[in-house]
Design a protein around this ligand. Structure first.
Ligand SMILES: *Cc1c(COP(=O)(O)O)cnc(C)c1O
Length: 484
C-alpha cells in the first residue's frame, strides 16, 4: 500500500467545463501522484531518462487512441505494428521462425492467456493444475482463480530463493498442464533455473512458461546470464512487458508461443449472438491502438543499441547500490541480483516499513514486501536507467533512512492486536468487524471514509503479522472502501 490519498474532483458535471478548467483539474490531481519520471520512484514506473523517446511515444499514443484493435482487417495499421513488435521480440528471445505472439494489456493478461492456452490445449485433463515456485508473480494465482485451475506452489530454495526443479518435478501430476519459471522473479530479482525446469517439463510432455514480464527486455542485453529463452527447447511460451523495461507507455505486454498450435487455446470466436462474429486473440475485445502504437514508436526510437545501453546502465546502478548496501549497518541485500531488481532486508535493530517511510520522506519510493513463509519482510527496488545518475543520492538516502529507523527502533504492534491478527478467521469477517479492524489499524477517517496515513509503518507492520488470507481480506476491505 502506498500513502497517496484520493479525493473528489472539483468539477461539476451539470455544466460543460472549459478546456483550461479540465486541464488544471487534471494537473492538480496528478500533483498528488508519485512522480513517474526522475528515477526516484523505484516501483510502478519505468524511466529511460530519454525525453525524446517519451515524446514520440506520447505522440503515437494520442494518434492511435481511437483506433480499435477489435478487428485487424478494419485497422490494418495495428496488425502491422503488432506483427513487427512480435517479430522483434521473437528475435530478442531466440524464438524459432514459427514463433507467434499477441500484444496484451499487461503482464497479468499475458499470464492469464498463457494459463488459458495451456488449459484449453489439454481438454483431456478434467481438473487442470499449474506448478509454480512460491516466488511466481501473483498474476499466476489470479489466472488460477479466474480460470478454475489449481496452482501448486512449490517452495523456492531457501538459500538461493530460486525455484527448486526437483521439488517442482515432484509436484507434477497427470493433471499438470503447465509449469512456470521466472526470469527474474519480481520479489527477489533472481532467475529460476529455467533450463532444468524446461527440460523436466519437456520430458513429461508439459508446457513451460517463462515469466519474463520484468526481465525480458533487460536480460538479453546483459552478459553472463544463464539460458532462459526459447533457445531452451522445453520453453513453450514467454511473457514480456513492454510497459516495463522497454520504457513504453502503460498498457502493453507481449505473449509469445513457440508455435501456432500452442497458442490456439487463447484465441476466441463467438457466433452465438446476432451481432458481428466476435474474434479475439486477447481478453480485451475493443482495445485502443494507443499503447501498441506508442510501444512500437518507443521501441524503434530507442533501438537495439539504445536498449543495450539502458540495460547496462540500470544493471550497473543495481550492482553499485547492492555493493553500497553492504556498508550500511542494519541493511542487507537478500540475494545477489541477477537483473536490475533488489530486495533489501533489515536486521533486528530496525524494520523495513519504517525505512520505507523514511525513504518516502526523502523523496524516494521503495516498495515494502511483507514477510512470506520463512522469508523476511523486504524492500523492493526496481532500478531503471534514469536512476543510474542518482545512485549516490539513493545510497545516502538509504543510509540516513536506516539510521533514522534504527534510532526509532522497530515498529511496535500492540501485543493484543498482534495476537488477534494471528487468530482471526478471515472467512468469518462481516463488514462491521472489518470496519472495526480498519479503525484499530488507524485507517478510519470521518463518516466511515478511509484515511490513508502518510506514514505507513504501523499499518504495514500489522499487515505483516496477519496471515496472508487475513491480509487479503483486510486489503480487499480497504480497496472496497476506497472505491465506494
Ligand atoms: C509486473 C509483473 C507481472 C504483472 O504485470 P502487470 O503488467 O502488472 O499486469 C507479472 N510477472 C512479473 C515477473 C512482473 O514483474
Amino acid at each position: 500500500m502506498s500513502a497517496t490519498e484520493g479525493g473528489a474532483t472539483p468539477l461539476d458535471w451539470r455544466r460543460p467545463a472549459g478546456a483550461d478548467e479540465v486541464r488544471s483539474a487534471l494537473l492538480a490531481l496528478r500533483a498528488e501522484d508519485l512522480p513517474t519520471h526522475g528515477g526516484r520512484t523505484l516501483s510502478y514506473v519505468y524511466d529511460s531518462g530519454l525525453s525524446s523517446a517519451d515524446e514520440i511515444g506520447r505522440e503515437a499514443l494520442t494518434q492511435f487512441a481511437a483506433a480499435n484493435g477489435l478487428d485487424p482487417t478494419a485497422f490494418p495499421s495495428l496488425a502491422a505494428l503488432e506483427s513487427d513488435l512480435v517479430a522483434l521480440a521473437r528475435d530478442l528471445l531466440d524464438g524459432p521462425p514459427g514463433t507467434v505472439g499477441a500484444a496484451t494489456s499487461g503482464g497479468t493478461e499475458s499470464l492469464v492467456l498463457a494459463v488459458l492456452a495451456a488449459r484449453d490445449g489439454n481438454p483431456q485433463v478434467s481438473r487442470p493444475q499449474v506448478v509454480v515456485p512460491t516466488s511466481v508473480h501473483a498474476a499466476v494465482h489470479k489466472a488460477g482463480h479466474l480460470l478454475g485451475i489449481d496452482i501448486a506452489s512449490v517452495p523456492v530454495d531457501p538459500l538461493t530463493l530460486r525455484a527448486d526443479p526437483a521439488a517442482m518435478a515432484a509436484a507434477v501430476t497427470d493433471s499438470t498442464v503447465l509449469v512456470v519459471a521466472s526470469a527474474p522473479s519480481y520479489a527477489h530479482g533472481v532467475i529460476d533455473p529455467v533450463a532444468e525446469i524446461a527440460a523436466m517439463a519437456a520430458e513429461r510432455g508439459i508446457r513451460c512458461h517463462v515469466d519474463a514480464c520484468i526481465g525480458g527486455w533487460v536480460l538479453p542485453f546483459l552478459d553472463d546470464v544463464p539460458p532462459w529463452t526459447f533457445a531452451l527447447d522445453g520453453v513453450t511460451s514467454i511473457s514480456v512487458d513492454l510497459h516495463k523495461y522497454a520504457y513504453t507507455p502503460k498498457g502493453i505486454s507481449l505473449l509469445l508461443h513457440r508455435e501456432p498450435s500452442l497458442r490456439k487455446g487463447h484465441l476466441f470466436a463467438s457466433a452465438a449472438w446476432p451481432g458481428y462474429t466476435m474474434l479475439n486473440t486477447t481478453l480485451q475485445s475493443t482495445k485502443s491502438g494507443g499503447p501498441l502504437a506508442a510501444a512500437w514508436a518507443v521501441v524503434h526510437a530507442i533501438g537495439l543499441d539504445g536498449y543495450r545501453e539502458l540495460a547496462g546502465r540500470a544493471r550497473s546502478a543495481t550492482l553499485e547500490v547492492a555493493e553500497s548496501v553492504a556498508g550500511i549497518e542494519g541493511l542487507r541485500v537478500v540475494v545477489a541480483p541477477d537483473s536490475t531488481l533488489l530486495a533489501l532486508a533489515a536486521d533486528a535493530g530496525c524494520d523495513v516499513f519504517t525505512v520505507a517511510d523514511e525513504m518516502a520522506a526523502r523523496g524516494w519510493l521503495v516498495q515494502p514486501q511483507m514477510s512470506f513463509a520463512d522469508l523476511p519482510a523486504t524492500l523492493h527496488l526496481t532500478l531503471c536507467a534514469a536512476t543510474a545518475a542518482h545512485t549516490r543520492e539513493l545510497v545516502t538516502a538509504l543510509a540516513e533512512s536506516v539510521a533514522a529507523a534504527r534510532a526509532a527502533g522497530p515498529v511496535q504492534v500492540d501485543p493484543d492486536l498482534a495476537a488477534a491478527a494471528r487468530q482471526i478467521d478471515p472467512d468469518g469477517l462481516d463488514e462491521a468487524t472489518l470496519d472495526g479492524l480498519l479503525a484499530i489499524a488507524g485507517l478510519a477517517g470521518d463518516g466511515g471514509a478511509l484515511r490513508v496515513p502518510t506514514r505507513m509503518a504501523e499499518v504495514n507492520a500489522l499487515l505483516d503479522l496477519a496471515p496472508p488470507a487475513l491480509r487479503e481480506a483486510l486489503l480487499l476491505a480497504v480497496l472496497d472502501r476506497l472505491t465506494r
